[in-house]
Every structure is written in C-alpha cells, then in structure tokens.
Design a protein around this ligand. Structure first.
Ligand code: MG
Length: 261
C-alpha cells in the first residue's frame, strides 16, 4: 500500500510536471477575434480560441453601477462609463459589439466556456486600484467563478497590485499574474503573487527576470506579442506563455521552436 501511494504520488507529480513541461503556451488576447464574425472579448472570440486549441483565452472584466460583471476591455462602452451604467442599459438592443453580439455578462462568458473545458480562463479584472470598487468587484468575481465551477481553469491577471494580492488571498490555489511590469519577480513572490505577465519589452530590458521567476516557481507570461520576430525572441528568452492577437501564428512558431530544440 505504501509503495502504491508512493507510485501514485510520483505519477501525479510527473503528470503535473508534464503539463507545464509541454513547452510554451498560447493565450489568445481578448479571445481569438481576428476572424470573420468575431470581435474582441466576444463569445465568438472565446469559441474561436477553444476551436484552435489555445492554452487560454484572455478576457477583461468590468463591474457595472448595479454590481454586475460584464466582459469588456475599456472602462467605457459606446461612450458610457461602465461603472456608472446599469447592466440593463449596457445590454440594450442598440448597443452591440463589432460582430453584433450584446456585451457579454461574465455569467454568459463562463457558461460558454464549458464547451472548452481544457482551456484556461485568463481573467483580467479591470481596476484602477480603487478600494471601494475592488471591495465589490473581487468578491463578485470569486462568487461567479465558484458558482460556475471553473475554479481550476482560472488564472487571474490585473494591473492592480491590490487586486492581485487579494485574488491570491481569496483563491490561493489559483495562479495570479501581475501585469504592471515594474516589479522584480522576487519582490512579487514575497507578496504572495505567484506569476508575472509583463509587456514583452520588459523582458528585453530584464531578460534575467525570466530565470529569476522560474527559480521561484513562477510562470512567465508576455503580452501582447504579435509580430513573428518578437514571438520568436520571447520564446528564445524562455517565457512560458505568449499572450497574442495572433494565436495561430504563435502556435506555429512554437511548434517550430520545439522541433529545433
Ligand atoms: Mg486584458
């Protein structure tokens, strides 16, 4: 029995390592939207990311005036400040995404993600760091994630350091990646933030941060890497995740990169 448990432990450890050791992964930035009938942060973009087998689909979450969560990049939508507009007003029939969809609620987005259960949900909370906003938005995000039972698929990202720290506290098993780019990995690690997701030019300036992060067990994600030469250079630096508007190009470059290793 003891040996069985030992083998089981080794097997599980190898399986876990195998997942990360599969090589660099592609995160579709705001879903895969550069296709016919798609739009940034739309349900169609999420489905496209799933269809091409992206490791993850990144999306942006905003809180409405009446405490609902919607998927949208900017703090505004058709000139309306989301935090000052009700959910129903944002979803009125005349306001549409570029592909004709109504702005997705977080609930609709998470529900649609069930079609792609292997794909990670790279969840960006949009926040200026305002404590009153985050006091409502963060618990609402966590509640929705739990209600949809997608805890195992969510990786949090945010430019708000306070939001990253709070997500790490509220959901300690989930990866949290800070987006800001100005803090060394060791310092973030000290704060309990498990990974970094920095603009790719940060890694040009600080290539040593890739190893520093890896030595601490942190994942290194680079955003938003679209040009072939930039993707290739980031792969050469050893980043783990490429967040990109060109997920199929990145997938092809990763295959080439792995075959040349
Ligand atoms: Mg984003």
């Amino acid at each position: 029995m003891k040996n069985f448990m030992l083998y089981l432990l080794i097997g599980c450890t190898l399986a876990a390592c195998g997942k990360e050791a599969a090589g660099p992964q592609v995160v579709a930035h705001r879903g895969y939207w550069k296709t016919e009938g798609s739009a940034q942060n739309s349900i169609a973009a999420l489905q496209n990311a799933g269809r091409i087998g992206a490791y993850g689909s990144e999306f942006d979450v905003n809180l409405t005036a009446d405490g609902r969560l919607v998927v949208n990049h900017d703090f505004t939508y058709h000139g309306l400040t989301i935090a000052e507009t009700t959910f129903d007003d944002l979803r009125c029939d005349t306001l549409r995404l570029a592909n004709g969809e109504i702005i997705p609620s977080l609930d609709e987005y998470l529900e649609a993600s069930r079609a792609w259960p292997e794909m990670k949900l790279v969840f960006e909370l949009k926040s200026t760091g305002d404590p009153d906003y985050e006091a409502v938005a963060l618990p609402a995000c966590v509640e929705a994630i739990r209600r949809h039972q997608v805890e195992k698929r969510v990786e949090f990202i945010s430019f708000s350091l306070s939001a990253c720290r709070e997500f790490a506290r509220m959901m300690p098993k989930n990866r949290v990646e800070y987006l800001g780019g100005e803090i060394a990995p060791a310092e973030l690690h000290e704060m309990g933030i498990s990974s970094i997701d920095y603009h790719y030019t940060v890694f040009d300036k600080h290539p040593e941060w890739v190893k520093e992060a890896h030595d601490l067990g942190m994942i290194v994600n680079a955003w938003t890497v679209n040009a072939e030469e930039d993707i290739v250079r980031m792969l050469g630096l050893g980043v783990d995740h490429i967040t990109t508007n060109e997920p199929e190009l990145a997938q092809a470059l990763i295959e080439t990169f792995k075959s040349e290793k």
